[in-house]
Structures are given as C-alpha cells and as structure tokens.
Design a protein around this ligand. Structure first.
Ligand SMILES: Cc1ncc(COP(=O)(O)O)c(C=O)c1O
Length: 373
C-alpha cells in the first residue's frame, strides 16, 4: 500500500535534467565530451571566488546568516534599492516556486508563455491553480498583448521570462514597460531575468528601475548563468515590499547557504573580470550565429547565452547525432521546441567543436523533403 500523496502531483511532470557528461561518455563509448546543454558558464569561478569558498568551509558548523545581510546589502546598493526590497533564494528557481506558494490558490490563475522555462507549469499544479499558457509569438518571444488580455479578477500571477528560455528571444524594455502598465496594480508580475546579464547594458536594469516604482513587480536574477555559480544555488529578487514580505514568509530561514552567500558577494566584487567574461560569451554568440547563417542552418536569433538551432519541420535526430560526436546539447522536444536543439555558448574552442560536429551530421532532411524524396 503506498502513502496517500496529493492527487495534484499526478499533473506535475518530474523534471528530467539533461544528460551528464559521464552518462554521455558511458552511453556512446567516448573518451571526451563537451557539455553545451544547461546554459552554464564555461569558465571556472574566479580565484577570488574560489578563495572565499575555501575559507568559508571552516565555519560550516554554524548556520548561515538567515538574512544574507552582506550579500543583500551589496545587491541593494547595486540596484539602488533598500535591503528590504531584496530577497535571496536557493537559486532563482526557488524564488519562482515560492512565488507560486505565496500567490496561488485553487480558483486563481497564473499566466505565462509557452514554451518557456520548464518550472512555470509546476506553480499551478502544485497549488491547484489554473495555468494559462499563452503561445509565443512567431518570433519566439512573448505575446505580451495576449498575455495581458488573459488577466482577469482570478489572476494572481503573471510571469515573463526575458530573454526567454528556450528561444533566447528578448522583448525590449519599452515593450515590457507598456505591458506592466496594462496589468492591474494588484496583480503580481514576476519578470525572470536569469539571462539578463547577456543583454546590452543600455537595456539591462530597466525592469529593476520599474520595480522601484511598481510594487506589483518582482524581478528575479541568478548567479547561475553569467556569474557561473550554479553549483552553489543562489538567486535573488528585487521588488515591491508586498512581494518581498510574501516570499520571506514562505521561504525556509536558511535557504541560501554560507558558501553561496560568500561566493556571490565575491563575484559581485569582481566586476570587470565578470564583465569581460560576459563580453566574450556575447561575442561568441554573435560569431556562432554568423557561422550558422553562413551554413544556412536555421536558428532563432538570441540575446542569451544559448541559441536554439534547427527548424520545427526538421525530423528529430540532431540531438542524438551530436551526442554521438561528444557534443552534449539540449534536445528541443522535451522543451516544447521540436526539431531543434538548444546549444549553450561555450569557449571559442567548444563552439568550434559544436560547429564541426554539426558539419558532420548528415544533412538533416525536413519532413517536406522526406515526403518529396
Ligand atoms: C529562465 C530561467 N529562470 C530561472 C532559472 C533558474 O536558475 P537558478 O535556479 O539556477 O538560479 C533558469 C535555469 O536554467 C532559467 O533558464
């Protein structure tokens, strides 16, 4: 006899992470593989970051600072807000899930784009709320007008992922500012900016500024992508007091661990080295896109640290073909973008290896070509 689990869980798909390097090596009998599957940074943490992590080990017999005072103060300073306008999470993923806990109940709705970050559907199923998944526009970006049109008196939460995962498409700050204006001020909006660090500096930060004026807005960021610390799990949100108070109520007191707090703080202190890394990734993204265009390989122009490569009409198989050559990318099928793979931008050498492997893949036929042939 099995335990009585909430029937709501039946609707929650178990998250299936991409294959690890070790799994790919074993499965295909390879000596080496390159992982471009999880939108990680190809760079190891900077020396200054590694040092504080090593030094912090000695104090691990104590609980972390439950309020993450030093990190919170630094983030507040950086975003020109008060420390009480900042909330820390065990990755930004935790904050997104907590937003569901804090805002949703049966009979309410949450609106987000589809396909977008895989965690959003969990919020509704976990809380018994109704999910309204609004298909992306043809360019792979959010259809903001349709999303706004779905807001009614039952709506508790609207989520925007910008740039969007898995498409990489970015909606300009001016469009989002208009969108936020259209949403009633008592409806919570969460703007997930996990990939915002890869967006041009002139645009970056506009939503954070808006969060200072619109208390129904929470903007989440992460140390997992540009800052290269996904293994430590630390993300944060900046938003109105009602948002922050709600998340503070539902989070566990010690959600952000000691080493994560110290490393994130140290990473923030390494501004120019971090900026150089982001510049290199963006330059590589531009180069890889140019290489794809030169090969007439279809892709979705990206503003993030990954590119969606392929076409909806392509037969599945590109993912597997690349894996066989030791290039680990993310299969688009489970992400809702069939016929495509999501390729993280790595070092120049890693990106060259991806392009070389792509050249080896037998020309991928479209469904139309197959039926013609
Ligand atoms: C759009 C988006 N938001 C949030 C996250 C969560 O990142 P983390 O929990 O590592 O901060 C990810 C991770 O892939 C993501 O793609």
């Amino acid at each position: 006899m099995s335990v009585r689990v909430s029937p709501r869980l039946d609707a929650i798909p178990t998250y299936v992470p991409g294959l690890t390097t070790a799994e790919v090596l074993a499965r295909y009998g390879l000596d080496s593989a390159i992982k471009l599957a999880s939108n990680e940074s190809p760079y190891a943490p900077l020396d200054a970051v590694q040092r504080v992590v090593r030094d912090g080990v000695e104090g691990l017999n104590r609980y972390p600072d439950a309020y993450s005072r030093a990190l919170r103060a630094e983030l507040a300073d950086r975003h020109h807000v008060e420390p009480d306008d900042v909330v820390l999470g065990n990755g930004s993923c935790e904050l997104i899930l907590l937003a569901g806990q804090a805002m949703l109940d049966p009979g309410t709705t949450v609106i987000y784009a589809d396909p977008s970050f895989a965690i959003y559907p969990h919020l509704a199923t976990a809380s018994g709320a109704q999910a309204i998944a609004v298909p992306l526009d043809h360019d792979g970006g959010h259809d903001l007008m349709t999303m706004a049109a779905h807001v009614d008196e039952r709506t508790r939460l609207v989520i925007v992922c910008n740039p969007n995962n898995p498409t990489g498409v970015y909606r300009e700050a001016s469009e989002l500012e208009r969108f936020v204006e259209m949403i009633p001020q008592d409806v919570a909006i969460l703007i997930d900016e996990a990939y915002n660090d890869f967006v041009d500096l002139t645009e970056s930060g506009r939503m954070m500024s808006l969060a200072r004026r619109r208390p129904n807005l929470l903007v989440t960021r992460t140390f997992s992508k540009a800052f290269g610390l996904p293994g430590l799990r630390v993300g944060y949100g900046v938003g109105g007091r009602a948002w922050i108070d709600a998340l503070e109520k539902v989070r566990q007191p010690f959600n952000t661990n000691t080493l994560a707090q110290a490393a994130a703080l140290a990473a923030l202190g390494e501004r120019s080295a971090m900026a150089d890394r982001v510049t290199s990734i963006v330059a590589e993204r531009v180069r890889v896109e140019a290489e794809l265009a030169a090969r007439a390989v279809p892709f979705t122009p990206s503003r993030a640290n990954f590119i969606l490569v392929g076409d909806p009409t392509w037969e599945p198989g590109l993912h597997e073909a690349l894996l066989r050559q030791g290039i680990i990318v993310r299969d688009g099928g489970p992400l809702g973008v069939v016929g495509r793979v999501r390729v993280t931008i790595g070092t120049p050498q890693e990106n060259d290896a991806f392009l070389a492997a792509l050249d080896q893949v037998t020309p991928i036929q479209t469904t139309a070509e197959r039926s013609e042939g």
